[in-house]
Ligand binder design. Structure first.
Ligand SMILES: Nc1ncnc2c1ncn2[C@@H]1O[C@H](COP(=O)(O)OP(=O)(O)O)[C@@H](O)[C@H]1O
Ligand SMILES: O=C(CO)[C@@H](O)[C@H](O)COP(=O)(O)O
Length: 507
């Protein structure tokens, strides 16, 4: 009996999270425990202001190195201990390949803002069809504006393109030789008919994009091949290892946090910040105020608001003004400061914003600087400003009729207790931290676990894998203080919008 249990536990799935700064891989057993994890970073290129690119080959190299290290660490090389692999990926990035599968230009990423003119063209040409089909506004980060930029600026590249892919789909293609895109990531292209789950011929035709460019659509938990023999050899995995499609990083983050039923809400503070809520109504109309995407669970959706620079604002602040500090040292004193940081407000618009202000030109500010302010006041103001920005997304969710009284918090921002309590006080909701902080990588592993038949549903997998570690409840006095401060915070955008536009020429 003991031996049987041991053998069962020694079956694994692998989750690969293809992030913006690094690829992270996790080996997960049948109890949902992360047995081993590895990570490999790769560079981000900014050849011009507003440009953000990566080399797809770097992702593939990083993924293979990370898998090899994982397999070696776990001592499972040459065995068939892994039942499946799946992927989570940074969304929206454009990869163009020719008919041999060769990459035609560097990938243009989600945080690249060169496409404002193409966004205006999409709005003008599609009018209300954009919101009724693609269910989202035209934002610089999304994939269609990037395709149009290539069409206008590098027509020979587009002419040679056989397919467009999203980041994790390209990596999966290199690992398996099979071309596929799943709904949760396809939703972020502006080319998917979200409710009907098919490529929109109307949108493609409006911009002369041949449908042959578009990969076949699959579900997140569908099998999309097995590892190619040379990949199996390089990674130490078996060539029989099944590969499952995976999902957008936010869909996977949601799966990894158990956001799999109505009323469940997630707050993720990584480089960007995301607030998202499960949605089963495919016809709900959020009027483009937030993103509306297909979930990794079949026929489910989520509504999401994005703060472009959440953790990135804190990282920028630390690197610029306190590079000698670790995050923990920088945040050590903020708890001794009262809400409002003694009259100092920060807006986290340092690379522009998405929700609730789709505005690539806006920039951040500190308002109310006083000679008495010291480093901890500024640090607290940065945390408060990021959290106020995420609260604007919570308000949009509440505006759709959702009750948000409990939020699962993940990402780097969930590592600090003061910040977790601040989220509870600003959102006026319980904040829950889970035992595992793996987020999207764990969500990807869960897709492989469900795809391999370990569980009868993703929900059942979440029940078996996820456990609450801590809960932070709102302090009524602080909730009231933050309500007043939040109203002031919301004014700052209105007063700095034009100034930011005028300052843009000096940037
Ligand atoms: N100890 C910490 N306390 C609070 N925030 C932290 C801490 N360590 C990192 N962070 C924040 O978390 C962010 C990184 O989070 P992570 O979830 O790893 O992001 P990503 O997956 O986007 O790379 C950083 O930008 C930083 O602001
Ligand atoms: O653009 C979006 C969502 O719409 C981003 O959330 C990206 O999907 C990447 O995020 P990180 O996990 O790298 O912060």
């Amino acid at each position: 009996m003991q031996e049987k249990l041991k053998q069962e536990l020694e079956r694994y799935v692998i989750g690969v999270d293809l992030g913006t700064s690094a690829v992270k891989t996790v080996l997960v057993n049948r109890k949902g425990q992360v047995a081993y994890e590895t990570s490999q970073s790769y560079p981000l290129h900014q050849p011009k202001a507003g440009y953000s690119e990566q080399q797809p080959e770097d992702w593939v190299r990083g993924t293979l190195a990370s898998l090899k290290e994982l397999v070696e660490k776990a001592g499972i090389s040459g065995t068939d201990a892994v039942d499946g692999i799946s992927f989570s990926g940074q969304m929206h990035g454009l990869v163009l390949t020719d008919k041999e599968g060769q990459v035609l230009r560097p990938a243009i990423l989600w945080n690249d803002t060169r496409t404002t003119a193409q966004c205006r063209r999409i709005e003008e040409q599609l009018g209300p069809a954009l919101l009724s089909i693609a269910r989202n506004r035209a934002l610089e980060g999304f994939t269609l504006p990037k395709l149009l930029w290539v069409q206008e600026h590098e027509p020979d590249v587009l002419a040679r393109a056989a397919h467009f892919m999203l980041p994790k789909d390209y990596v999966r293609y290199c690992l398996t030789g099979e071309l596929a895109m799943e709904y949760s990531d396809a939703a972020g292209t502006l080319l998917l008919d979200i409710a009907n789950k098919q490529w929109s011929e109307e949108i493609a035709a409006a911009f002369d994009l041949p449908l042959s460019l578009f990969p076949p659509l699959v579900e997140s938990f569908d099998q999309t091949g097995t590892l190619l023999p040379e990949i199996a050899e390089q990674s130490g995995l078996s060539s029989e290892t099944k590969v499952y499609a995976g999902g957008a990083d936010n869909a996977c983050g949601a799966i990894g946090a158990g956001i799999l039923s109505e009323g469940r809400t997630l707050c993720s503070i990584g480089t960007s910040g995301v607030v998202l809520s499960y949605e089963e109504r495919k016809d709900i109309d959020v009027q483009g105020r937030a993103h509306f995407f297909n979930h990794g669970e079949q026929d489910a959706y989520y509504i999401m608001g994005v703060t472009l620079a959440a953790g990135y604002s804190l990282t920028w602040f630390k690197d610029t003004f306190a590079p000698e500090h670790s995050f923990d040292a920088l945040l050590e004193d903020v708890n001794s400061i009262e809400p409002g940081s003694r009259g100092l407000l920060f807006t986290p618009y340092i690379v522009g914003e998405r929700t609730p202000h789709p505005d690539a030109a806006i920039r951040g500010s500190f308002i109310g600087m006083d000679a008495g302010h010291k480093l901890p006041h500024f640090t607290r103001a940065v945390l408060e400003g990021i959290t106020f920005s995420l609260k604007e997304s919570i308000d949009i969710l509440r505006g759709t009729g959702k009750t948000v009284n409990e939020v699962i918090s993940i990402g780097g921002g969930a590592r600090n207790e003061t910040w977790l309590q601040m989220q509870a006080d600003i959102f006026n909701a319980d904040i829950v931290k889970l035992e595992s902080e793996q987020g999207p990588a764990l969500g990807a592993a869960m897709l492989a676990a469900y795809g391999s038949g370990w569980f009868e549903s993703l929900q059942a997998c979440a029940e078996a894998f996820l456990r609450e570690a801590a809960r932070y409840t709102p302090n009524p006095e602080r909730v009231a203080q933050y309500e007043g401060l939040y109203e002031l915070y919301r004014e700052v955008y209105l007063h700095t919008r034009e100034l930011s536009e005028q300052l843009a020429v000096y940037r």
